[in-house]
Every structure is written in structure tokens, then in C-alpha cells.
Design a protein around this ligand. Structure first.
Ligand code: NAD
Ligand code: UGA
Length: 483
């Protein structure tokens, strides 16, 4: 059967569904894209006239929205209508780690995927190509197929039928538009060749054919998890080396540069930082761990779990360095935290290293002033579960049990007065241009800059007389010890 594609529905208007459909709509003006979500507030923001109110921040997204929204791209909560008129339905809903029940802490919670599949089963008409866009455990397509094929046999609508494909998304936040415009590859897994070709034809409008890979559906699902596991593994590897650098006098940036020149290793993804964050790395590795354990492959499970364990240890290590350098106590000391997003150019804080590090610092009694150019104070309060300016009071708690530190938020950078230290956690461009010669005048002496992203102007910091600690910089450590 040849498929004629005119209308596309995407269930889930999040960090993936929103930008992906916007890119497709901009490239394929002859197709109609309906992006639907159960979250009314999110849809309102996608439809907001003021583009600074879009629910996610991605460089280049506003321009594409201006080009497409209201023309061939529509955001709504009318799920029934969008599904019933669609030739292709992308499922792009959240798949977080399960927090309770069987597989809690490791396996993915497929509640939202199952609900989406049931909606497709209920509302679709004619033949529908159903595409897994969410990252899913291997063999999830089977769950979706079971729900849909059962609808094929039980539905009163005689002509409904489905083809299920896997088409995982590889975009990274902050570079989503660039990644979607020129992807390294597009992966399409499935059994129905005509359905795979129909999906491929959409991508072929702007992606060279040799970048579109066809696999079986299980390889496609596993390739997505493996890709994230390999990327996260590189970060844990280089972060573990940063700790060795600090005690041996080596510099992790020099080590990265040296190993990155080996074309078999490659130079990307070798920046040591405060530990990987983001909604997916940890979740997808834990998914792999769960899969391996399920099949009795315990050594495989332990290997991958080690990547997450190193990440947790590394984040705690940064807090400990700060405490140690500030003479073993940070109680009532003001520390400026630069950056709360899990990486630059996004407002996303999911699994950000800043969450754990800030909680630990507050617990140790520090008074934090947190700056981030895109994250809101409300989001930080939600993540820390500690009210702003509340001496460590947990959200909803009536009285302060133990005196701990507190935090407040500032959107501007006039925040260095009386600070004992500045801790850089996100690599925002503006932090590269801070005038340390002016900042130092307001800080408590001796004062510190702890740079966990290797972005501050080293010469200016040193010239200003500020003590500098850079992640993985053993050469600095050596000089200080000798001194
Ligand atoms: P998200 O939480 O930002 O968005 C998911 C959206 O789905 C939410 O707005 C939610 O309200 C909506 N939703 C849930 N159930 C629904 C239902 N039954 N009907 C309609 N809407 C529903 O998540 P995200 O970051 O966009 O990630 C989505 C998937 O893509 C995940 O599986 C993730 O692993 C994967 N992924 C994410 C990224 C990324 O950079 N964030 C990159 C590649 C892949
Ligand atoms: C990651 C992958 O890069 C995407 O290919 C994938 O589609 C996505 O996960 C997903 O499945 O959700 P993302 O999490 O948006 O994308 O961002 P990354 O650029 O991968 O960064 C992840 C974390 O690693 C960030 O905290 C970042 O600061 C950190 N990182 C990255 C480093 O510490 N060092 C590096 O060299 C690179």
C-alpha cells in the first residue's frame, strides 16, 4: 500500500515535540502539523503572541515559529481531532524513570506512552502510521502494537489499521534547531517498508538520503539508548580523569586536547564539567541497566551503572572542594552560584548538577545567590524544594528544624557584594565576560572563584587577586601547595 501523507499529529508539545514539528513544518509547507498536549498551560504558551513566552527556549526557534505557526503548524489540546485527521501520529511524550512499583528507580514509566497509544487506538481513522519519537525501552513498540492491533480487531470502525515505526530523536537542547536542520543521521526502524519510505520522504525534503538509516524496530530502540549511554560514558570518563589531574599536577583540558587528536577517540564531548544533567542521560542509562538485569546480564548492568555512580560522586566532590577551600566551613558564608540550567542555551533544569550541588551547599549552611539568564526563581524553588530566602525551610514545612543556609535569586549580575566565593556551574556566554577586577572590590577577602566549566578569564581573575580553582587543574593546585 502506498501512503499519501497530508496531515501529521504529534502527541506531546515538549522539548522534542515542539521543535521537531516546527522544523518539519518549516521544511514541508504543503503538510499540516497539529501538535497536541494535555497540558493546557503549555499549549497556551506555544500560542502566545509574545514569542519570549514560548514554553521552551532554543536559539532559532522563534524565527521558525514566526514562519509556520497558524499557517501549517497548530498547537492545541484537541487531541481527538488531531489524531482522527492524521496520516502519521508521532508519540513524543515524557518517559521518566519509574518512581514506584516494579523496576522503580531504573525502568521507564510508560504510563504516558500507553495513554497516547490508547488515544490513537480510539480516535484514528483509516490507516495511520504511528511513530515512536519518545526514547523508549527496547521492545516498547510491542506494547504500542498490542494496543493498536487489538483496536484493529475490536473497533466498530472497519477500516482502521496501523503501522508502528521507531524514529528516535537525537537533538540536544540548546542546539535543537541546528541538530534538526542538519542531523548526523535520521534513524527509522520498522517492518512495513512502505510506511518507512513514507516517513523517510518527509525527511528527504532537507536531509540527504545517505543520512537516513533503516533498521529493524528493536535495533532502532536500542541504538537510541546506546547512543546516550556512550555519550554519558565519555563525560563520566573525562570527569573521573579530572580528579586524577587534580592530585597529579596534570590539567584535564590538556589531557582532553591530547586524546581528542586521536581520530579514533575524537575531540567532541570531552569537556570536564560539574557532571552530566538533562532529562535523558541518567534515565536512559538506568533503562539499559534495568534491561541488562532483567536478562541476567549483571556484569553489563554494573558496567553501565558505574557511569551514573561516577556522575553522582563527581557532583558531591565539587561541593567538598568548595567547603575545603573555604577553611572547612561555609556556614553563613555568601556564595554566588552562576548558572542553574543543566547546560547553556536552555531553560531546562532537569537533572541539572546545580540542583544537587546547591542543595548540599545549603545543607552545609551557605547563603547562596543564584543567577541564571533563562531559568526562573519558581523553577529553582521547585527543583530545590526549599523556599527562597527561607533558611533551608523545605517547601510546605511550618518551622525551621535545623538551621541551614538559604538561597535567593538574581537575574542580574550585581551580586558579588560580601561574597566569599563564586561557583560557576553553567557555561553561559555572559559569565566569560565578568569584570573580575570590579567584582573583587566587593567580595570578602580572601575570595575564591570555583570554575566547574573552565570558562572564566583566568588572567583577569588572577590579576584581580582572586583565588582560582578550576576543575581538573592540578597545575594550579601544585603551585598553591608549593606556595
Ligand atoms: P517533555 O516532558 O518536555 O514533553 C512531553 C509532553 O508530553 C508534556 O508536555 C506532556 O504534557 C505531554 N503528554 C504526556 N502525556 C500526554 C498525553 N497522553 N497526551 C498528550 N500529551 C501528553 O518531554 P521531552 O523532553 O520533550 O521528551 C519527550 C521524549 O523524547 C522522552 O522520551 C525523551 O527521553 C525523548 N528525548 C528528549 C530529548 C530532549 O532533549 N529533551 C531529546 C531526545 C529524546
Ligand atoms: C543529549 C544528547 O546529546 C542528544 O543526542 C540526545 O538526543 C538527548 O540527550 C536526549 O536523548 O535527551 P542533551 O541532554 O540535551 O542531549 O545535552 P548534551 O549536550 O548531551 O549535554 C548533556 C549533559 O552533559 C549536560 O549537562 C552537559 O553540560 C554535559 N556535558 C556535555 C559535559 O559535561 N561535557 C561535554 O563535553 C558535553
Amino acid at each position: 500500500m502506498n501512503f499519501s501523507i497530508k496531515k501529521i499529529c504529534c502527541i506531546g508539545a515538549g522539548y522534542v515535540g515542539g521543535p521537531t514539528m516546527t522544523m518539519m513544518a518549516s521544511k514541508c509547507p504543503n503538510l499540516i502539523f497539529n501538535v497536541v498536549d494535555i497540558n493546557e498551560e503549555r499549549i497556551k504558551l506555544w500560542n502566545h503572541k509574545d514569542l519570549s513566552k514560548l514554553p521552551i527556549f532554543e536559539p532559532g526557534l522563534r524565527e521558525l515559529i514566526t514562519k509556520t505557526r497558524g499557517k501549517n503548524l497548530f498547537f492545541s489540546t484537541n487531541i481527538k481531532k488531531a489524531i482522527s485527521t492524521a496520516d502519521i501520529v508521532f508519540i513524543s511524550v515524557n518517559t521518566p524513570t519509574k518512581i514506584r512499583g516494579l523496576g522503580a528507580g531504573k525502568s521507564s514509566d510508560l504510563k504516558w506512552v500507553e495513554a497516547s497509544a490508547r488515544e490513537v487506538a480510539r480516535y484514528s481513522e483509516g490507516h495511520t502510521i504511528v511513530v515512536e519519537k519518545s526514547t523508549l525501552p527496547v521492545r516498547t513498540a510491542e506494547v504500542i502494537q498490542n494496543i493498536l492491533y487489538s483496536a484493529e480487531t475490536n473497533s466498530k470502525k472497519e477500516d482502521i489499521s496501523f503501522s508502528v515505526l521507531s524514529n528516535p530523536e537525537f537533538l540536544a537542547e540548546g542546539t535543537a534547531i541546528k541538530d534538526l536542520e542538519t542531523p548526523d543521521r535520521v534513524l527509522i526502524g520498522g517492518e512495513n517498508e512502505m510506511a518507512m519510505l513514507a516517513l523517510s520522504e518527509i525527511y528527504e525534503v532537507w536531509v540527504p538520503k545517505d543520512k537516513i538509516l533503516f533498521t529493524n524496530i528493536w535495533s532502532s530502540e536500542l541504538a537510541k539508548l546506546t547512543s546516550n549511554a556512550f555519550l554519558a560514558q565519555r563525560i563520566s570518563s573525562i570527569n573521573s580523569i579530572s580528579a586524577i589531574c587534580e592530585v597529579t599536577g596534570a590539567d584535564v583540558r590538556e589531557v582532553s586536547r591530547a586524546i581528542g587528536r586521536d581520530s579514533r577517540i575524537g575531540s567532541k564531548f570531552l569537556d570536564s564539567g560539574p557532571g552530566f544533567g538533562g532529562s535523558c542521560f541518567k534515565k536512559d542509562i538506568l533503562n539499559l541497566v534495568y534491561l541488562a538485569e532483567y536478562f541476567g546480564l549483571n556484569e553489563v548492568a554494573n558496567f553501565w551503572e558505574g557511569v551514573v555512580n561516577i556522575n553522582n560522586w563527581h557532583q558531591r566532590r565539587i561541593t567538598e572542594v568548595v567547603i575545603k577551600k573555604l577553611y572547612g566551613t561555609i556556614s553563613e558564608k555568601k556564595i554566588v552560584v552562576l548558572g542553574f540550567a543543566f547546560k547553556a542555551n536552555t531553560n531546562d533544569t532537569r537533572e541539572s548538577a546545580a540542583i544537587k550541588i546547591c542543595k548540599d551547599l545549603i545543607n552545609e549552611g551557605a547563603n547562596l545567590v543564584i543567577n541564571d539568564p533563562k531559568v526562573s526563581a519558581e523553577q529553582i524553588e521547585n527543583d530545590l524544594q526549599i523556599e527562597e530566602n527561607s533558611s533551608g525551610k523545605m517547601k510546605g514545612e511550618a518551622s525551621i528544624k535545623n538551621k541551614t543556609g538559604q538561597w535567593s535569586f538574581s537575574r542580574d549580575l550585581n551580586i558579588f557584594n560580601d561574597a566569599h566565593a563564586v561557583l560557576v556551574l553553567t557555561e553561559w556566554e555572559e559569565y566569560k565576560h565578568i569584570k573580575w577586577d570590579l567584582a573583587v572590590k566587593e567580595m570578602v577577602k580572601p575570595c575564591w572563584v570555583f570554575d566547574a566549566r573552565s570558562i572564566v578569564d583566568i588572567e583577569m581573575v588572577k590579576k584581580a587577586g582572586i583565588k582560582l580553582w578550576r576543575l581538573g587543574d592540578g597545575s594550579e593546585e601544585e603551585k598553591m601547595t608549593n606556595f
